[in-house]
Design a protein around this ligand. Structure first.
Ligand SMILES: *Cc1c(COP(=O)(O)O)cnc(C)c1O
Length: 399
């Protein structure tokens, strides 16, 4: 049961001193159902986007049975919360001790890698197991994504022949995976990446059992409204079907942001106003890491009596810590009358929001409540969900 209908009702009832994280289970359920029904393959939830146990549980309840984990703590968490779930260890660089624990104690059988050294580690740590699914991560450009994931991991498709062939000899099932970068604004990114997969498969002449297109599926933020996710799925499906792989090969994806973004919003209190800077009680070391460090613009709305006033003024936010870097430039557009003591709701913080919190400087306490209203934006309703167009993608946006 939800605790309040929405942020407005909550602030009137509680006048909260701490920041409040609002949870919208119905929104996360809707996102999960959508991926389960519409993605033409298997959807793994990327746990790093938001590891809240109740979120993991409700995704699982809606049919997300596979989880993309990257650290031993994530493995232990998923094993504890969802012992029935299938875990896929998609971080390409792991310690041998971690692989050993994941394999022998938690039943993990799926591992990513991007080097021969990692392949050797996996062989040793699993005592030369014969039941492994190994996914070779190839490098793809992040040119269409808001957040690059191109530099750190992955082997160039052109250099992957030996690694693919050696991995094929070790693996029971061989996969190829990649990540186009987070908040990818066009389906074309996946088409280009899948063309690199084609090159890798052709050059290595190996049988591939799984193609994993990774994460990167976008949510909706101010000035970042992507085309319907159906267009992404259709473009992926079409390109995948055309790859030189066996009829039984599986298609996987690893959404983090797209499954989690609508799950949380945040209610903050304005402690002070100086010109057009608002000093609020959460920030860069709390839920607003991306707003500070990469200038991400989250949607905002005024609560309280001022809620009906026109949002016509641009503000920046300062967080509560004593660090100058605790600054969120925005701009965040709110009524010009906003003042100390007011409350603001900041939306779309379910992915890479609550997950990033620290206790730095003695801040970081947070209250949590469930609400029933809609998230500030949704990729899964109305115009953003172009179901009719699924079979008829005629052009791709290039922006
Ligand atoms: C972070 C990550 C994801 C999730 O990415 P989103 O952009 O949140 O969808 C998926 N797979 C891997 C390997 C990742 O590192």
């Amino acid at each position: 049961m939800h605790n309040f209908h929405d942020a407005q009702e909550l602030t009137e009832a509680l006048r909260p001193e701490n920041p409040v994280l609002l949870k919208r289970p119905h929104a996360a359920r809707r996102a999960a159902r959508y991926f389960i029904r519409q993605f033409p393959g298997k959807s793994l939830y990327a746990v790093k986007a938001n590891p809240a146990p109740e979120l993991l549980q409700l995704l699982f309840d809606e049919g997300v049975t596979h989880f993309d984990v990257a650290s031993i703590d994530e493995v232990r968490l998923v094993a504890r919360v969802l012992p029935e779930a299938v875990q896929c260890f998609m971080h390409p660089i792991k310690s041998e001790a971690v692989i050993r624990e994941a394999y022998h104690q938690h039943g993990v059988r799926v591992f990513a890698l991007d080097s021969l050294e990692e392949l050797e580690k996996i062989r040793r740590a699993t005592d030369e197991a014969s039941d492994l699914t190994l996914c070779v991560r190839i490098k793809v450009p992040s040119e269409f994504a808001q957040i690059s994931l191109a530099a750190k991991f992955g082997i160039e498709a052109d250099d992957s022949v030996e690694l693919l062939q050696c991995t094929r000899q070790t693996a029971d099932a061989l996969g190829i995976c990649f990540h186009v970068g987070s908040q990818t604004m066009t389906p074309l990114a996946y088409v280009h990446a899948l063309e690199r997969v084609r090159t890798a498969i052709v050059n290595a002449s190996v049988t591939v059992d799984i193609v994993d297109v990774g994460g990167g599926f976008p949510s909706i933020y101010p000035d970042m409204v992507p085309t319907s996710l159906n267009h992404y799925f259709h473009a992926i499906d079409r390109t995948f079907e055309d790859l030189p792989i066996s009829y039984s090969a599986e298609l996987w994806c690893e959404p983090g942001r797209a499954l989690a973004a609508e799950y949380n919003s945040l209610v903050v209190k304005v402690e002070q106003r100086r010109d057009n800077e608002l000093y609020i009680n959460d920030g860069a070391y709390g839920t607003l890491f991306d707003a500070a460090h990469i200038g991400w613009r989250f949607p905002v709305r005024m609560l309280g009596e001022n809620a009906i006033a026109a949002a016509d003024t641009e503000f920046g936010f300062y967080g509560p810590t004593c660090d100058d870097m605790d600054h969120m430039p925005g701009p965040f557009v709110l009524p010009g009358t906003v003042a100390a003591g007011d409350y603001i709701e900041i939306g779309m913080l379910g992915a890479y929001g609550a997950a990033m919190r620290t206790k730095f400087n003695g801040f970081g306490s947070l209250d949590e409540y469930e609400v029933a209203d809609e998230p500030m934006a949704s990729a899964y309703v109305g115009d953003n969900l172009d179901l009719a167009d699924r079979q008829n993608v005629v052009s791709f946006p290039t922006g």
